[in-house]
Design a protein around this ligand. Structure first.
Ligand SMILES: Nc1ncnc2c1ncn2[C@@H]1O[C@H](COP(=O)(O)OP(=O)(O)OP(=O)(O)O)[C@@H](O)[C@H]1O
Ligand SMILES: [Mg+2]
Length: 366
């Protein structure tokens, strides 16, 4: 998969701008606030139908302008795609795929995949369990339509059951009314768990080999059970937690509460990791994601590396570059890579420009 053309109108600090990308490496450099992350955010928004840094689409509209437009041309094995997104201050977001209006972003997911690595996503390693669930849900959704559909079904039933719980708690409805929701919840929740466990086990293998290639001395692991709870356990837990659920006004057991933790050299990363360990673990997760998505979709996603070398020393930066180049050689397929930096020298020193890859450079000014 690759993106060839990106056009921006009133997006963040960009007025009207056009970028062309090659199949190889593009380096975007410029000082703080010149709009580097914004370019990657725009590509991500075309790929996934939403930003990775805000859920308020209107925040991306430049200054007091009325609307923003992002347009991109993608090429994959299967189809050339033109994706256009317009966000209007008064009427909200419109999506178009090859000229046809889409009713939601679901149709975009999995078509033109990107893997984004940005300091603004460090909450994946530093934040609460919800941040990690979001990371895994996103990766699995990009890789499987079945996963997106099941996740969406489960979220819908969960919302309905939570509304029914509130009716019992606040409007005096009978608790028996919950039973029909419980059955649906368990049915879709169990299905979601089954797919999530199988993907998680396969991702653990990718992560292990990625980490091993980076440095055999490092242990970086996902703490998540290998086996799904039995259907019996699930049913009993839902039954036994009914009183608690009603008291709290929400469903307290199920896949939406999965605690996925990360361990760096056998210590919990969230609580004990150093800055560099957090950064490095995020890079390794994202490179393993690249391998995972390729394995499941047959093609490499575009790799968006925002400020890749910040917080990493030269030795680690070079090792990451070698790892990335190794992944390409092994698969025999180039990875379209777009890197941003405030300091071109860092990119040169890391060895990223010295590979076989064709490269292209953009300079952004404030
Ligand atoms: N809606 C908006 N309208 C106008 N300007 C905006 C909007 N949103 C963000 N900006 C500004 O756009 C600029 C570019 O932001 P961006 O995060 O892309 O910079 P950057 O080049 O990645 O900087 P850094 O090197 O610090 O990460 C910032 O100055 C930011 O304040
Ligand atoms: Mg930035």
């Amino acid at each position: 998969m690759s993106i060839h053309l990106l056009q921006l109108v009133s997006f963040r600090n960009h007025d009207i701008r056009e970028f062309t990308f090659i199949r190889g490496l593009t380096v975007i450099w410029g000082e703080n606030g010149s709009g580097k992350t914004a370019v990657l955010e725009a590509i991500h928004t075309l790929s996934f139908g939403k930003s990775f840094r805000t859920h308020k689409q209107r925040e991306m509209i430049r200054g007091s302008d009325e609307l923003l437009i992002i347009r991109g041309d993608f090429l994959s094995n299967k189809h050339p795609d033109t994706v256009a997104i317009q966000v209007n201050r008064s009427s909200g977001q419109k999506l178009k795929l090859n000229g046809n209006a889409l009713s939601g972003r679901k149709e975009l997911i999995g078509r033109n995949n990107v893997v984004i690595l940005s300091p603004e996503e460090q909450s994946i390693t530093k934040g609460a369990p919800a941040e990690r669930r979001k990371f895994f849900d996103k990766m699995f959704s990009m890789s499987s339509k079945n996963y997106v559909d099941t996740l969406q079904q489960y979220s819908r039933v969960l919302k309905q059951r939570n509304a029914a719980i509130l009716n019992v708690k606040e409007n005096g409805q009978q608790a028996e009314n919950l039973q029909s929701w419980d059955e649906k919840l368990i049915e879709t929740g169990y299905k979601l768990w089954e797919i999530r466990f199988s993907f998680m086990n396969s991702f653990k293998t990718n992560l292990k080999s990625t980490v091993g290639r980076y440095d055999k001395e490092i242990q970086f692991e996902i703490t998540y059970p290998d086996k799904i709870p039995s259907l019996d356990t699930y049913q009993t837990k839902i039954k036994n937690s009914q009183k608690k659920d009603i008291a709290l006004g929400r469903t307290t057991f199920g896949p939406h509460r999965d605690n996925i933790a990360l361990a760096w050299n056998n210590r919990d990363l969230r609580n004990f990791g150093s800055q560099g360990e957090h950064k490095l673990s995020l890079v390794l997760l994202k490179l393993a994601e690249l391998v995972f998505v390729r394995k499941n979709t047959g093609t490499h996603p575009t790799l968006l590396l925002d400020d890749l070398f910040a917080k990493l020393d030269l030795e680690r930066s070079k090792k990451i570059v070698t790892l990335l180049q190794g992944l390409e050689t092994e698969s025999g397929e180039p990875v379209q890579t777009i890197v941003t930096t405030t300091d071109l020298l860092n990119v040169e020193k890391s060895g990223l420009l010295s590979g076989e890859k064709e490269n292209n450079t953009y300079h952004l000014e404030r």
